[in-house]
Design a protein around this ligand. Structure first.
Ligand code: ADP
Length: 454
């Protein structure tokens, strides 16, 4: 086992990793940007090193400074968390070259999955069903038109190097495709440094359901159930739950086995998430794989009573997978992402938290780096806290979440707490009848925070 690791991240996930490391008896090194000097991850690690000014490109994405920090502090491994450098194959490669263990899969797997089109092809070869679409990157509009004609509109244009819900365009006609194709290419170039596009059939009223995979360095792979992530705005997740109220036992098992098999075929290592879209007929299609810990991992942890981050560190140190198929999920778990943002205009709301009361009680977990008096810097993403509940039934987990959200008090900044309460009270959510279109429709119908009771 390692004796010291460096955490190359900030916010709640950095704190989450520091806690896991401390419990394993590992010393921790925090890296921080200038405005994060008083952030909890900086304060609670055993050692801390400033890696640059506010912009992420000069601090949390600054590979030379992070590697130097690891070398100066004699850390043996680096945990990248999610976002920032977590899915950067070059970073993983540099770590390996410098003799530092990158806590995640090998660079070659990150590279393959990071090219979403290549990942699609590889997964198809590994016998996972993929959404009908292009076989390769599409060079020009004419080629896109031909493929779209074959699979039928609507289609979705995607950036091969896209991520974070960005770089996607829904197209409903050949004319729109002609208008959008070159715009999408230049956008992909500007946002991800790669203009390559591919296209897929756009599945209406589908579900985003993902399978948690955990694998050691010796070919042992285990799927730890699914997470239903269809409550999204602008392709970004807001609420996740498990088990999915939509899946039946047969499909659930089929998806888990399919993800396990695919992971084995490609020699997957560490934690990973295989994301699928599931249509009305419960056909599932591989969408992409995330080669890191996910924001929503606590949902699985609560359900299976495991600590995924500790497992991830153990596996990276060379231990064998100690979990097996005898592990059973228990009850129901739900996560609400609390963002520091205007709940109606969805613009970030950074600033000083004047007063903070967080919920608690049996079956309530809060993952956050927020505290009273902390100034949320405007430079990074707006995720402020994750509230997770766990109870024997879905109904009880929702009731618990409702109480937890009502008891959460955050003064000084705006948050999306009122939106969560609205969603949680809606009849569609309560009955478990929602898909990836739900939230956009809900908001378009004026049922958001200021809308009437539903
Ligand atoms: P990212 O990596 O940017 O998060 P994903 O490929 O995971 O992108 O897609 C994010 C979301 O976009 C999905 O959860 C889903 O809501 C929507 N989406 C992506 N592909 C399709 C598709 N073919 N049909 C319908 N919705 C899609």
């Amino acid at each position: 086992m390692f004796s010291k690791i460096l955490v190359a991240n900030r916010g709640e996930i950095a704190l989450r990793i520091i806690r896991a490391a401390k419990e394993l008896g590992i010393r921790t090194v925090a890296v921080y940007s200038e405005p994060d000097k008083q952030s909890l991850h900086t304060l609670l690690a055993d050692e801390r090193i400033c890696i640059g000014p506010a912009p992420a490109s000069e601090s949390y994405l600054n590979i030379p400074n992070i590697i130097s920090a690891a070398e100066i502090t004699k850390a043996e491994a680096i945990h990248p968390g999610y976002g920032f450098l977590a899915e950067n194959p070059r970073f993983a490669e540099i770590c390996e070259a410098e003799g530092l263990v990158f806590i995640g899969p090998p660079a070659s797997i990150i590279q393959m999955m990071g090219d979403k089109n290549q990942a699609r092809r590889r997964m198809k070869e590994a016998k996972l069903p993929v959404i009908p679409g292009s076989e390769n990157v599409i060079e020009d509009f004419q080629e896109a038109k031909k493929i779209a004609q074959k699979i039928g509109y609507p289609i979705i244009l995607k950036a091969a190097s896209g991520g974070g819900g960005k770089g996607m365009r829904i197209v409903t006609s050949p004319r729109q495709l002609e208008e959008q194709f070159s715009i999408a290419q230049s956008e992909a170039q500007a946002s991800f440094g790669n203009p390559a596009l591919y296209l897929e059939k756009y599945l209406i009223s589908a579900h985003h359901i993902e399978i948690q995979i955990i694998a050691d360095n010796y070919g042992n792979v285990l799927a730890l159930g699914e997470r239903e992530c269809s409550i999204q705005r602008k392709h970004q997740k807001l609420i996740e739950e498990s088990p999915s109220p939509f899946l039946d036992e047969k499909t659930r098992k089929k998806m888990a086995r399919a993800a396990e098999e695919a992971a084995k075929t490609i020699g997957y290592k560490s934690l990973g998430t295989f994301e699928f879209l599931v249509d009305n007929q419960k056909n599932f299609y591989f969408m992409e794989a995330n080669t890191r810990i996910q924001v929503e991992h606590p949902v699985t942890e609560m359900l299976y009573n495991v600590d995924l981050v500790k497992e991830q560190i153990r596996l990276a140190s060379g231990e064998k997978l100690s979990l097996d198929h005898s592990l059973r999920p228990r009850g129901h778990s739900l996560e609400c992402r609390i963002n520091a943002e205007d709940p109606e205009k969805f613009i970030p709301s950074p600033g000083r938290i004047e007063f903070l009361v967080l919920p608690g009680g049996p079956g309530v977990r809060v993952d956050t780096a927020a505290y009273s008096g902390w100034i949320i810097p405007p430079y990074y993403d707006s995720l402020l806290a994750k509230i997770i509940t766990h109870a024997p039934t879905r109904q009880e987990a929702i009731a618990k979440m409702h109480t937890a959200l009502e008891m959460t008090t955050i003064v000084g900044i705006q948050t999306n707490l009122p939106l969560h309460l609205k969603i949680l009270s809606s009849s569609d959510f309560l009955s478990g009848r929602y898909d990836i279109q739900f939230l956009e429709k809900f908001l378009a119908q004026g049922k958001g925070p200021r809308g009437p009771k539903t």
